[in-house]
Design a protein around this ligand. Sequence first.
Ligand SMILES: O=C(O)c1cc(=O)[nH]c(=O)n1[C@@H]1O[C@H](COP(=O)(O)O)[C@@H](O)[C@H]1O
Length: 278
Amino acid sequence: MGQDAFGARLAAATAARGPLCVGIDPHAALLGAWGLDDTVAGLESFARTAVEALADTVAVLKPQSAFFERFGSRGVAVLERVIADAQQAGALVLVDAKRGDIGSTMAAYADAYLGDGSPLAGDAVTVSPFLGFGSLRPAVDLALATGRGVFVLALTSNPEGAAVQHARAADDRRVAQVIADEAAAVNAGAAPLGSVGLVVGATVGRTGVDLTAVNGPLLAPGLGAQGATVDDLRVVFGDDLSAVLPTTSREVLGAGPGVSALRDAARRQIDGLRAVIG
Ligand SMILES: O=C(O)c1cc(=O)[nH]c(=O)n1[C@@H]1O[C@H](COP(=O)(O)O)[C@@H](O)[C@H]1O
């Protein structure tokens, strides 16, 4: 029998461990700050430490693929280890690869990131809908079939995102609203939460995009290094924060390389978020 739906597994994980995702983003500058070389050996040491410190503590870990791809196939092998080891230690793994392509190619990305038995498949993957939400169908279908999830970029945390995402589509809805509505259609009726999430930055302020019908997890990057605070979550999402999953990378990773310092930094974030999200 396959695993339960991702939305249900995520809801259970955040109930047990708190509403936090921590990104594993081995920036060259962070490798340096941890006293590691900017090499695949440094990457591997960084990744192992982050997994050891965080995978038994936080609900979701989000390795950012780019920082592993920088080192070619040996870096990708480290990413594969991170995925396996973090899952083994009890964290859900959201692979941040932001893939998006025409549907027939998207099916191959789906096999890679959402297929049973694929070494790059975690529990969910970030995807880009800017070739049209429908182009993501193979990923959505495979995610639902395998108990995995997708997080679709909707309102990204970077300042350049608004020019595209706030633009009006042919039917006058904002592009981000179209994406939210498409996600809502897939998630309709799922309980406790659908498996198609959205990415909505904690930095975006009040946008007028209505997220109330999404019925899926709302990944909120931007806390810490990008300037957003826990208080900004209410501005962006309103009073019902039950589906919001804040994610931060540098704010926690900057506490390394000590394992207990990293764990403490994550716990501080979880405590602060529990006070607001519950
Ligand atoms: O999909 C993402 O995770 C993402 C979407 C977005 O809109 N903004 C954003 O910052 N991210 C990712 O979230 C992480 C943020 O890292 P910090 O700014 O260090 O917390 C990076 O890995 C980004 O690639």
